[in-house]
Write a protein that binds this ligand. Structure first.
Ligand code: AMP
Length: 390
């Protein structure tokens, strides 16, 4: 009888599925990915099944999904916007982690923010908006500036409109009123935060909880541009509070797998922005910068294997490459520089790759970052981290 190697099924075949597959391989674990498009980049490293499961693209292909479910040991996600009904349908056939109920909460910005508050994590002020009158009322209550966001299907700053003055109410409604009819909107106070941090954490099937060191993040136009880990100048108290919130949320949702909790720091207080129910862009540095990467620990968690050490090896900085890949040579030439090309076609606003620079201490990380950024002509992108490491 041939030996059974575990197979993890992944809904969504983007770069996260690709990196999950690459992390699974050394453990003798295979992956099988479902996506609605044939050129999904995970297909370069694992087996892709093309099937329709997304909302708005017609009926889900139940025959293909049933076949998929019968050929994997467990199902997980690289994409949080898998319709909850599809996740539920799969869960009646095969183990699904995180559970569809946890996914459903994290898909809805309103449900998520209510949960944060119930768990004692403060958030920016927010109000649900379903009609133009609601929007007027929410602006009157919350004040300006504010951000109008779609409750569902938004990510990387998509489905968002910033309101600076009352004159923006009309254009904001014009841009997002259509989405209000489908899934509702949320108006949030604009937070003049001092910094953005993320907790990337993992919870096992037995409830074991581990988190990587806090990551400091910088976004440009709502898209992650740069991460630095462990986040410098972070008090033990702040780390403990962030960890306690992440653990409480994970336990409340009976969450299994890796997730990210995105936080703002305002006047020293942590505010919850959003929870991503999957491996996260701000945890990509863990591939080379931590003892166990977020991708490996997610695979371990969903299969019920022991979790690996989430401690950092020194300091790491990660650049996101958006739109097109730069010249790899400067990163490939620097000590402990790591290049990730997702094999995607260049397209404005698209995440096409990233690079992580690691070093034993913050001084040498600074030197390496300055060198790489200057050779790439990316001094501006590296600057916030360079200034902190100074
Ligand atoms: P999101 O898709 O909600 O994570 O938003 C993307 C980025 O936009 C965040 O990481 C912040 O940089 C910024 N942002 C989102 N919401 C707010 C807010 N309420 N106040 C200030 N900045 C925000």
């Amino acid at each position: 009888m041939s030996r059974h190697l575990p197979v993890v099924g992944i809904l969504g075949g983007g770069q996260l599925a690709r990196m999950l597959s690459l992390a699974a391989a050394p453990l003798g674990i295979r992956t099988r990915v479902v996506d609605s498009v044939a050129d999904a980049c995970a297909a370069q490293v694992t087996e892709l099944m093309v099937a329709d499961w997304s909302e708005g693209r017609g009926e889900r292909d139940e025959a293909a999904l049933a076949d998929f479910a019968s050929r994997v040991d467990v199902v997980t996600f690289d994409f949080e916007n898998v319709p909850a009904a599809t996740a539920q349908w799969l869960a009646s056939r095969v183990k699904v982690f995180p559970a569809p109920a946890a996914l459903a909460v994290a898909q809805d910005r309103l449900a998520e923010k209510k949960l944060f508050r119930e768990c004692g994590l403060n958030t920016p002020d927010f109000m649900a908006v379903d009609t133009r009158d609601d929007l007027e009322r929410a602006v009157a209550t919350i004040g300006l500036p504010a951000i109008l966001k779609t409750r569902r299907l938004g990510y990387d700053g998509k489905g968002q409109f910033r309101l600076r003055s009352a004159a923006d109410i009309g254009p904001a409604w014009e841009a997002l009123g259509g989405a209000a009819a489908a899934h509702g909107l949320i108006l949030e106070a604009f937070v003049p935060f001092e910094r953005e941090l993320s907790v990337v954490a993992v919870r096992g099937r037995d409830g074991e909880f581990r988190m990587w060191p806090l990551t400091r993040n910088w976004h440009v136009d709502g898209v992650l541009s740069l991460s630095l880990a462990p986040a410098p100048d972070t008090s033990d108290a702040l780390v403990e509070t962030a960890a306690a919130h992440a653990r409480t949320l994970a336990e409340r949702l009976d969450y299994v797998g890796v997730f990210a909790l995105e936080l703002f720091v305002r006047n020293g207080e942590l505010l919850g922005n959003e929870m991503a129910p999957r491996v996260h862009n701000s945890g990509h540095w863990t591939i080379e910068g931590a003892h166990t990467s977020q991708f490996e620990n997610h695979i371990r968690a969903v299969l019920g294997l022991p979790l690996g050490d989430t401690g950092a090896r020194g300091c790491s900085a990660m650049f996101n490459w958006i739109g097109e890949m730069p010249d790899p040579a400067p990163v490939l030439s620097v000590v402990d520089g790591h290049w990730h090309d997702y094999g995607k076609e260049a397209r404005a606003g698209r995440k096409v790759g990233h690079a992580t620079i690691c070093a034993p201490d913050s001084g040498s990380l600074r030197e390496r970052l300055v060198q790489v950024a200057s050779e790439l002509g990316r001094d501006g992108q590296a600057e916030p981290a360079v200034a902190l490491l100074g």
